[in-house]
Design a protein around this ligand. Structure first.
Ligand code: SF4
Length: 217
């Protein structure tokens, strides 16, 4: 099997397994086509477990579901709402900054990486995620710990590559374009269900016979 055929096989097997096992959708998939909510959720999700991001978003949106309303919340209201997420203290400032800037921009969230990354607390990953979820712009592949770890294990990314933008570049060179929009969510789901961080379940993995298991002990 050549490398492109192997990659297609990886993708197809994972899609089939996801559908058969009904893997949990990712939290940001709730905000597809809603750029402001996607941006806030992506910002809150940094270093945070999925269920805590969901809880914080539910709290926050119950108080304010538009940039204008969110900009009018007090810091204490935002703090109480987003307390479930990691590093909630700086994220209070990020939420306020985003809400105020989007409000000042007529309620429109920017749709370029550079503009988004000019916002407080918005790094490359949050910006890529926001473009993908909010606008359906998939010029890059969102790289998180699951995408990076599994990319190495599958032999798609060099084991020495650490920086998310570099992982993205390596993946884009070998993954067909039609997979880019779905790769992040698929890896997150697969990384939670089977290719776990510490104890990957290789014996029951649908990719067992086509995975080089790079770095797996
Ligand atoms: S075979 Fe093991 S290392 Fe490879 S993708 Fe599956 S669980 Fe991960």
């Amino acid at each position: 099997m050549d490398e492109q055929a192997r990659i297609r096989e990886i993708y197809n097997r994972l899609i089939q397994t996801r559908d058969a096992q009904q893997w949990m959708p990712t939290s940001l998939s709730h905000f597809e086509g809603q750029p402001f909510k996607a941006l806030i959720a992506a910002t809150l999700s940094a270093q945070t477990r999925e269920e805590n991001t969901n809880a914080a978003m539910a709290n926050l949106l119950a108080l304010a579901d538009t940039p204008e309303k969110m900009a009018q919340l007090s810091d204490e209201q935002i703090r109480t709402a987003i307390r479930p997420v990691m590093y909630f203290e700086p994220k209070v400032r990020y939420v306020r900054d985003i809400a105020e800037r989007v409000t000042a921009n007529g309620g429109v969230v920017p749709n370029t990486l550079d503009e988004l990354m000019a916002y407080k607390g918005v790094g490359w990953k949050v910006a890529v995620l926001t473009l993908a979820m909010g606008y359906g712009i998939n010029d890059d592949i969102t790289v998180d710990v699951h995408v990076a770890r599994i990319g190495i294990r599958l032999g798609l990314v060099k084991p020495t590559t650490k920086q998310p933008p570099k992982v993205n570049e390596e993946l884009k060179q070998i993954l067909p374009r039609d997979m880019w929009p779905y790769w992040n969510a698929l890896m997150v789901q697969f990384g939670r269900a089977i290719c776990l961080p510490t104890y990957p379940q290789c014996q029951k993995c649908p990719l067992n016979n086509i995975c080089p298991k790079v770095g797996v002990k």
